[in-house]
Write a protein that binds this ligand. Structure first.
Ligand code: GLN
Length: 194
């Protein structure tokens, strides 16, 4: 029997379980990553939504900072909401440390109080050739600027909410909370496992 490809989910905190289910449905083996060692066996890593400040603390405590940087040089990362904040080149509101592996500036909690959580259809850019998807936004950040090599994939009210840079992906909304598996499938494509 051929071994299933393995995709990691950084499982320090946040929305882990819905990703496990999506990945299982797509026929890959989800691996809950808690240590540098478990990064060695996966073809890509989902950095899920949660609270980016808590992630920063837990990444330090678990000795994962350098391991994540090293991994990002070799294999794809997909940062979702707090995960996108962790991957960004620059974080505002307030400024905080980040891995600086994806050339965007993001502003945390940028949709204001009454809009802290909402669901909306998303507009595809020409580079998004998959099915239409909707986005669940939960105290989401806003992408304030994109570097020259960043390719916008989906937008909401004319602002990019999902983008690709090389092999890496970020989304400011939560694709694990909607029925469609299109974005998970797209990420598996970046990992070479779809
Ligand atoms: N508001 C959170 C932060 O700033 C992100 C929320 C999320 O991941 N859904 O880290």
């Amino acid at each position: 029997m051929v071994a299933k490809p393995r995709i990691g989910i950084l499982a320090l905190q946040g929305a882990v379980r819905p990703h496990v289910e999506k990945l299982e449905r797509l026929g890959v083996e989800p691996v809950e990553v808690l240590t540098p060692y478990s990064l060695r066996s996966v073809e890509g890593l989902i950095v899920p939504g949660g609270e980016s400040t808590a992630f920063l603390h837990l990444i330090e405590m678990n000795n994962l900072w350098d391991a994540l940087l090293e991994f990002s040089g070799e294999k794809p990362l997909w940062g979702i909401c707090a995960g996108a904040i962790l991957m960004a080149a620059e974080v505002l509101h307030p400024a905080q440390r980040s891995l600086n592996v994806f050339d965007v500036t993001v502003e945390r909690n940028a949709y204001g109080r009454q809009l802290q959580s909402f669901v909306s259809a998303l507009e595809p850019s020409p580079a998004w050739e998959e099915e239409e998807v909707e986005g669940v936004f939960i105290r989401a950040p806003r992408i304030k600027s994109l570097g020259a090599r960043v390719v916008p994939l989906l937008s909401y009210k004319n602002e990019t909410v999902m983008a690709r840079e090389g092999k890496h992906l970020i989304s400011t909304f939560h694709p694990e909370l909607t029925e469609s598996s299109a974005i998970h499938r797209y990420f598996l494509g970046l990992c070479g496992t779809a």
